[in-house]
Design a protein around this ligand. Structure first.
Ligand SMILES: *Cc1c(COP(=O)(O)O)cnc(C)c1O
Length: 473
C-alpha cells in the first residue's frame, strides 16, 4: 500500500513538536528561542517542499520520514554556531583568501578601530575650525604620498570604485575595453554588468588573446567617455598574446582628451620585487604611467580593511567625489580608522614587519620548515597511532586576484592514515574550536603553515589533535 502525497505530508512534524523534541534533548540551548524557531521552520518548510516535489530521501514509511526530518532539524540546530561570523585558522596556503576574509588586519589597525569607533570621533568635524569638516583627510594625504597621485577617495570595495569611475566618467557614453580583459572576479563582479549598471555602453575591441592600440584607436568616437584597462586578476593568457601597455593607452587618451581608468585590482603599494613577485605593477607605477584613475582594493595586497580606493588626477577624482553615488558607497568610520592606521605603517616603513599579509608573503622556507618540524613532533605525540604526521613541502598562493598563477614555495604538515576519509576529517576540523580550513589531496590532509600566524601554531595543533582523536563525532 502506498501513501498518497497528501497523506505523506502528514508525516511532517509540526514546528511545535519539533521544538519539543529539541527541548527534550537540551539541543539549542545557548541560542535565542526565536533563532531556534526560525531554523526549525526553515527545515520543515524545506522538507514540505521536497516531499511535495516528490524528490526527497526521507524514506517512505511515515515513522521513518518523521524521524529523518527530526534528525535534520537536530543537525541544523547543532550547526547553528558555525553559521555565526567566527575566527578560523587558514591553513590553505592561500594568503588572500576571499572566502576567509582576505587580509587579516595589523594590530595597529585593530587598535585604531577600538580607539575611534567605540566613542565619538572627528569623522566629519574640523577640529581646527570647529565646523563641519571633510571625511578621510589624512587617509587621502597618505594615499597621495604613497602612490604619487594628486588626489584619492575611499569607497566600500574596489567594485564600488570601478562602478563610481564608470558612472562618473562615462554615464550615457561608451567605454572602450579589450575583449581579453572582460573579467569576472568571483560571484557577481562581471565587468560587462558593472558597465551596464554604471550607465555606460561597453565597446569591446580586439580578441580574447590579442588587442592592439590600433583597436582602441579605431573604436574612438564622439561618444567615447573613457578607456579602461583591467588587471588579469585571476587568470592568465599565454602563447600568442598582445596587450596594450597602460602607458600607450594613457598616451592615446591624452591625445583625445579621454580619461583612462586602470582597474588594478590588487593594488600593491610596495615594489613587486620586494614581494618576490616580478611583473606585478604597483599603484605608484600605474599613476606615473598616467592613468587618470587607478582603482584597487584595501584588503588585497595592501593588507588593510575591505575598501575600494581610487587615486589619480585631481580633476577626475574631484568629479567622482561629487557624484551622488559617492554617498551610497562611502565607508564607515571603522574602515577609515583601520585604513589610516595601515597606511601609517607604510609611511613609517613598518609594513613588512607589521602587516600580516606582507609578513606571510615574506616568511622564509627555512622558518616554515622549522615551525613545521616542531608542529609535526608535537601533533604526532598528541595523536599517537591515530594518524601519521609528516612535514610536507607545499605550494602557497597569493590569491585574491593578485598575481594570477603566482606560486610561493611553502611548508606545512601532511596527515595520513587517520582512520576516516579526508572529507570527514575536514568536516570535523571545520566544526572545531577554532575551525581549521586545510586542503586535501586524495586521502591526505595538508595544512600549510605560511598562512597560519606563528603565534597560533599551538592553537592549530590543539584543534587538529581534537579532530583526529574525536572520531566518533
Ligand atoms: C578583486 C578585484 C575587483 C573587486 O574588488 P573588491 O574589492 O572585491 O570589490 C575588481 N577588479 C579587479 C581587477 C580585481 O582584482
Amino acid at each position: 500500500m502506498h501513501d498518497t502525497r497528501g497523506d505523506v505530508l502528514r508525516a511532517i512534524p509540526s514546528v511545535e513538536s519539533a521544538l519539543k523534541h529539541l527541548d527534550s534533548s537540551g539541543l539549542g540551548e545557548g541560542h535565542p528561542r526565536s533563532v531556534i524557531t526560525r531554523s526549525v521552520q526553515r527545515v520543515i518548510a524545506g522538507a514540505r517542499a521536497s516531499i511535495q516535489s516528490g524528490k526527497h530521501s526521507y524514506g517512505s514509511a511515515f515513522e521513518e520520514m518523521r524521524r529523518s526530518i527530526l534528525a535534520e532539524v537536530e543537525r541544523e540546530v547543532k550547526t547553528l554556531d558555525l553559521r555565526a561570523l567566527l575566527p578560523v585558522l587558514n591553513a590553505t596556503g592561500v594568503i588572500l583568501h576571499t572566502n576567509l576574509g582576505r587580509s587579516p588586519l595589523a594590530s595597529a589597525a585593530l587598535e585604531a578601530i577600538a580607539e575611534t569607533a567605540g566613542g565619538y570621533s572627528n569623522l566629519e568635524y574640523d577640529l581646527v575650525q570647529g565646523t563641519r569638516g571633510k571625511r578621510d583627510l589624512l587617509v587621502l594625504d597618505a594615499l597621495c604620498i604613497l602612490t604619487g597621485a594628486e588626489d584619492a577617495l575611499v569607497v566600500n570595495n574596489n567594485a564600488a570604485a570601478v562602478l563610481l569611475a564608470i558612472n562618473t566618467l562615462a554615464l550615457g557614453r561608451e567605454v572602450i575595453v579589450s575583449r581579453g580583459e572582460l573579467i569576472e572576479i568571483g560571484a557577481s563582479f562581471r565587468l560587462p554588468e558593472v558597465f551596464e549598471r554604471g550607465g555606460a555602453t561597453m565597446v569591446e575591441v580586439g580578441t580574447t588573446n590579442r588587442t592592439s592600440l590600433a583597436d582602441f584607436e579605431d573604436a574612438l568616437n564622439r561618444r567615447t567617455g573613457a578607456l579602461l584597462s583591467a588587471h588579469w586578476s585571476n587568470y592568465s593568457i599565454e602563447g600568442f598574446v598582445e596587450r596594450v601597455d597602460i602607458r600607450d593607452l594613457t598616451r592615446l587618451g591624452d591625445r583625445w582628451g579621454i580619461p583612462v581608468i586602470h582597474d588594478l585590482g590588487s593594488g600593491a603599494l610596495v615594489d613587486a620585487d620586494v614581494l618576490k613577485m616580478p611583473g606585478e605593477m604597483t599603484v605608484g607605477e600605474s599613476v606615473s604611467a598616467g592613468a587618470d584613475v587607478v582603482t584597487f582594493s584595501g584588503d588585497k595586497m595592501l593588507g588593510g580593511p575591505q575598501a575600494g580606493i581610487a587615486v589619480g588626477k585631481a580633476d577626475t577624482i574631484a568629479r567622482m567625489r561629487k557624484n551622488p553615488l559617492m554617498r551610497a558607497l562611502r565607508p564607515g568610520k571603522q574602515i577609515l580608522a583601520a585604513l589610516q592606521a595601515t597606511l601609517g605603517l607604510y609611511l613609517n616603513g613598518l609594513e613588512s614587519t607589521e602587516i600580516p599579509v606582507l609578513r606571510m608573503m615574506a616568511s622564509s622556507v627555512e622558518e616554515l620548515h622549522a615551525r613545521s618540524g616542531d608542529a609535526t613532533l608535537r601533533l604526532q605525540k598528541r595523536v599517537g597511532t591515530r594518524a601519521v604526521v609528516r612535514v610536507c613541502e607545499l605550494t602557497a598562493r597569493v590569491g585574491g586576484g593578485a598575481v594570477p598563477g603566482s606560486e610561493i614555495s611553502s611548508v606545512g604538515l601532511e596527515l595520513a592514515d587517520f582512520g576516516c576519509s579526508a572529507a570527514s576529517l575536514s568536516a570535523r576540523l571545520r566544526a572545531g574550536h577554532p575551525p581549521v580550513i586545510g586542503r586535501t589531496t586524495g586521502e591526505t590532509l595538508l595544512l600549510d603553515l605560511r598562512t597560519v600566524p606563528r603565534e597560533q601554531d599551538s592553537i592549530l595543533i590543539d584543534a587538529v589533535a581534537e579532530a583526529v582523536i574525536d572520531d566518533d563525532g
